[in-house]
Design a protein around this ligand. Structure first.
Ligand code: B12
Ligand code: SF4
Length: 496
């Protein structure tokens, strides 16, 4: 029986609370074809692995093929890992967002082949071809390396039309103890219920599933939820769809089904500002939806227009309070620093944040809250020459997948805790722009802290204020004073 290792490679800044769904779905497909499958998520919150550990692991289990999910920010380390694995003679298959956007590069950098787009229809044939059982040129939707070392791309494969035919993720292969998180020890319920998004935002790197909205039936989603609830006791679910609410009839059927099956579960979704209304929000609230992640992106009307966002500032002003009114928490995402923005434009975003704050559960100060020009996006193509960031993901200089070193202030380390994104400085921001970004990140971080009544968050608010004040007088004094604080926090994290 051929043995396949499906790997989510290491990121230095990410700690997963649940096993990535892509490799779980592919594991399920391969298992149905009779393969022995091993899942390895190098970013599992309770068991991070680095490249050295992965190579040791692969040499021990000796898979026939290693399949890897590739995301742009982790690509340098993933390519280095691929080259090392290649030296040990492994056959390597790539997939996921970066492999879809840059398939030829993936092969040039050491992989034997890369699948473009959805993996389920291709993975079995791809593995067979890499094992020499099918001619490589007969497979649709991939790029492979030929005998002359050239990257050869075959004709595209159509998207899956009936998503109900996709098998359930291989939940039985996931050890919940590796993840922890919200409900410790219980499997986390991430569900995909649709693929594709009809909008064309100029910064969005999610072209993997196309622009056409395709969706699973309400029955298929309910069956999956019921299975997880009864088998593993999972009672909180998060939908990872880009725009879950685009087909309202289906969602109503889903809500009715939850009631009919008496499934007492909580669920959260991500969707678009333009894809909800009050009646609809009330219905999903009654059916257990507790939180919506909205990509608001900007409070500057020109920016919203230029990035082709399908909503306006006025729509945001209506939808966020409306969501709060029906009792659903809004988790809101902004993106700062578009190349045409000045301090005043970013201030429009800050003012909108302040206005929305009483109705916002949390602002999400993620890495991507500062604009990242992902490959394949309109923003990347338009500005790569002007700002000299072509192929930035291959250089160490722009690699933001590294932790903020502790030689920065405590204050900075906290509010940019998700990596060195400001240092990458893709759009050469002026000092006043950087100061505004700091101000906005601080606002978001402090807002989120202020909502928690815990002693820990109150202490952290004080420490941040002290660190900021001290840094403005003497960075040396700040570093000295906060060294024990960092050490204490590390120990606390390790114990937990
Ligand atoms: C949930 C999510 C997360 C979660 C991940 C949680 C977890 N445990 O997996 C969290 C919050 C941690 C996260 C973080 C980040 N994310 Co994210 N995330 C998503 C999201 C919303 C859903 C992912 C998902 O489950 N999709 C459903 C599954 C079925 O799809 P899939 O994983 O892509 O897998 C399919 C194919 O890609 C392919 N495939 C995947 N792997 C493989 C491997 C092989 C061998 C083969 C053949 C095929 C194959 O087959 C699968 C089935 O069809 C996507 C958006 C999206 N629509 O996908 C963004 C997305 C993947 N994230 C993205 C980014 C950039 C990030 C960050 C790097 C943040 C940042 N801006 O810098 C971080 C870092 C991730 C990390 N691990 O280090 C980008 C990726 C862009 C890119 N060019 O790489 C996306 C596409 C969002 C976007 N629109 O820009 N993310
Ligand atoms: S609405 Fe969201 S998923 Fe759709 S294109 Fe815009 S950013 Fe991407």
């Amino acid at each position: 029986m051929p043995k396949i290792l499906l790997l989510y490679p290491p990121s230095r800044i990410q700690y997963h609370q649940s096993c990535p769904m892509g490799i779980q779905l592919l594991a399920s497909v391969l298992e149905k074809h009779g393969y022995e499958v091993i899942l390895l998520d190098a970013n599992a919150a309770k068991k991070k692995m680095d490249s050295r550990h992965i190579i040791e692991f692969a040499c021990r289990v000796k898979p026939d093929v290693i399949g890897m999910t590739l995301l742009t920010p982790m690509i340098r380390e993933a390519y280095a890992l691929a080259r090392s694995l290649k030296k040990h003679g492994f056959k390597l298959l790539a997939g996921g967002p970066h492999a879809t956007l840059m398939p030829e590069e993936t092969v040039q950098q050491g992989f034997d082949a890369a699948v473009i787009g959805e993996g389920e229809p291709v993975i079995h044939e791809a593995v067979q071809a890499l094992m020499g059982n099918i001619p490589k040129d007969q497979i649709l939707g991939w790029v492979y390396r030929d005998e002359q070392n050239n990257a050869v791309m075959t004709a595209p494969r159509p998207f899956i039309t009936d998503l109900d035919t996709v098998p359930l993720p291989a939940y039985h292969m996931v050890d919940p103890a590796l993840y922890g998180g919200r409900v410790d020890g219980v499997l986390h319920g991430n569900i995909f219920s649709s693929r594709g998004c009809t909008a064309k935002c100029s910064f969005c790197s999610g072209h993997l599933f196309g622009k056409r909205f395709r969706f699973r039936s309400a029955k298929s989603i309910l069956d999956e939820i019921e299975y997880l609830h009864t088998t593993y006791g999972t009672s909180e679910f998060h939908f990872v769809d880009d725009a879950m609410t685009l087909h309202k009839k289906r969602l109503r059927e889903f809500c009715d089904g939850l009631k009919q099956r008496n499934l007492k579960i909580g669920w959260t979704i991500m969707t678009r500002i333009d894809a909800v209304d009050e009646e609809f929000l009330t219905a999903i609230k009654e059916a257990g939806c507790s939180q919506i992640d909205y990509g608001v992106e900007s409070g500057h009307p020109v920016t919203l227009r230029k990035i082709h966002k399908p909503h306006t500032v006025d729509m945001v002003r209506k939808v966020i309070p409306m969501t709060a009114r029906v009792g659903i928490t809004s988790n809101v995402f902004f993106i700062l620093g578009f190349p045409w923005e000045d301090v005043a434009a970013m201030d429009d975003s800050l003012q909108l944040m302040k206005e929305l704050a009483p109705n916002v559960g949390s602002f999400h100060p993620a890495v991507a809250s500062i604009l990242i020009p992902f490959p394949g996006t309109e923003i990347y193509e338009q500005y790569k020459t002007e700002y000299g960031f072509e192929n930035w993901w291959l250089s160490e200089e722009k690699n933001y997948d590294t932790l903020i070193p502790e030689r920065t202030s405590y204050y900075e380390g906290k509010i940019f805790h998700l990596g060195n994104i400001l240092k990458a400085d893709f759009f050469h921001y002026s000092q006043p722009m950087k100061d505004k970004i700091y101000e906005i990140f601080e606002f978001m971080y402090m807002h989120n802290l202020s909502l928690s009544q815990s002693l820990q968050s109150r202490i952290q608010q004080r420490l941040i204020a002290v660190s900021k004040r001290l840094t403005s007088r003497s960075t040396v004094a700040e570093r000295l004073m906060f060294k024990p604080v960092w050490t204490f926090e590390h120990i606390l994290k390790a114990v937990r």
